[in-house]
Ligand binder design. Structure first.
Ligand SMILES: Cc1ncc(COP(=O)(O)O)c(C=O)c1O
Length: 399
């Protein structure tokens, strides 16, 4: 699909902000949604709204079929072995909390370590702390590359799980997840991969990666907010206790004792966000229509162009220069505060993110308070990169 055709599917991009054409470069925070996803949401509420799995009537049956069809679609999209390994959640954060809570109740003994990377999002740090683990972070170089030799040294008899991000939301680094998994498995330790920044930008194959859990959010892959996925290998999911109790996750309930439902329903207590899951299916259709390899290729071109243009700015420092990078550009210019830069860019219609990006340990690693982050999606253009650089050149003399 050519870029103009892609862009025409995102009416939100065609607007003025503060009197300037919107240049949306905050895609690592959330991507915009194509019309097919937006229409699927309104169609769902206009024609289909019903609670799933338990109704005998037409709307409930139809809604259930559509919801379960998306489960199979997700299975194929990430190449899971079984559709019952796909659990719908509210997003990456809930997916990781689910694993941390259930896994720790099953396998933690009171003196437990979790290996994470030094570049984790807070949502892959705090749930493990809440579960009582001591975190052992894998250090990374100034370029933002994980030190795999140091990683090997972090394993101890107390290591229960490795939890790493596939792609850093701050540095853009694409981590060698298959290698990380192979090393962990040599120690008999399972691996959770945070795929929030991967699924919309790189082909995802959980079997090739070999990971035990894989978590992601629909809203970062052109889908609706408030829904996401926790993939878990069948054998492990069967071992874990449920995360939440309630309707749908049970087999039989008495006041004395409850037995649990089969996978994946054991982990889906209560009424899910059915319309949003159906919207996620349309988002996957959108990406498949272009092709994930083509998306990766277009974004790599944009990143290369944006990096070279940004390097023209005197005093610019880019954080994250790993050889294998996703389309994320974190930077500072001279002594300009990132928040001031972001606010001034917004006045010229350019939407970027500023701050620590929920990765405070990364900021501590570099000794900085935050960065400005421009992040790209398949609908972005080189003309937008030019507009972003021109805006930067205009605002810098003001600081
Ligand atoms: C790497 C990474 N992990 C986890 C998350 C959390 O995702 P969500 O807020 O959709 O649960 C994000 C969101 O920015 C992220 O970039």
């Amino acid at each position: 699909m050519i870029p103009e055709n892609i862009r025409s599917q995102f009416p939100i991009l065609d607007q003025q902000v503060h009197g300037h054409p919107l240049v949306y470069l905050d895609n690592a925070a959330t991507t915009q949604k194509p019309l097919s996803v937006i229409n699927a949401l309104s169609d769902y509420y206009l024609t289909l709204n019903a609670n799933i799995h338990r109704g005998a009537h037409h709307l409930a049956t139809e809604a259930t079929e559509r919801y379960e069809a998306v489960r199979r679609q997700v299975q194929h999209f990430i190449n899971a072995r079984h559709s019952h390994e796909i659990v719908f959640t509210r997003g990456t954060t809930e997916s990781i909390n689910l694993v941390a809570s259930s896994f720790s109740r099953r396998y933690f003994t009171g003196d437990d370590e979790v290996i994470v990377s030094g570049m984790e999002h807070h949502s892959n740090i705090v749930p493990w702390q809440l579960a009582g683990a001591r975190l052992r972070p894998i250090p990374f170089s100034d370029e933002g590359v994980l030190d795999i030799d140091e990683y090997r040294n972090l394993f101890t008899p107390k290591t229960r799980i490795v939890a790493v991000t596939a792609v850093s939301n701050t540095l853009g680094t694409v981590n060698p997840v298959a290698e990380i998994v192979r090393i962990a498995h040599e120690h008999g330790v399972p691996v959770l991969v945070d795929g929030a920044q991967m699924v919309a930008h790189e082909p995802t194959d959980v079997q090739a990666m070999g990971c035990d859990f894989f978590c992601f959010s629909a809203h970062k892959m052109y889908g609706p907010m408030g829904t996401g996925v926790m993939y878990g290998r069948e054998e492990l999911l069967n071992e874990l206790p449920p995360y939440q109790g309630g309707g749908e996750m049970i087999s039989e309930v008495t006041f004395e004792r409850t037995t649990y439902n089969d996978l994946p329903f054991k982990f889906e207590a209560g009424t899910p966000s059915v319309g949003d899951v159906i919207g996620l299916g349309k988002a996957i259709d959108f990406m498949n229509e272009i092709g994930i390899n083509e998306i990766a290729r277009q974004e790599a071109n944009l990143l290369e162009y944006a990096t070279s243009r940004l390097c023209e700015i005197p005093g610019v420092r880019i954080f994250g220069t790993a050889p294998h990078k996703s389309a994320v550009l974190s930077f500072l210019v001279g002594n300009a505060h990132p928040y001031d830069l972001g606010t001034l860019l917004d006045q010229l219609g350019v939407a970027v993110r500023t701050g620590h990006h929920c990765t405070q340990p990364v900021m501590d690693r570099y000794g900085i308070p935050g960065t400005v982050r421009a992040s790209f999606a398949v609908y972005n253009t080189t003309a937008e990169v030019d507009a972003f650089i021109s805006a930067l050149e205009r605002v810098l003399p003001l600081l």
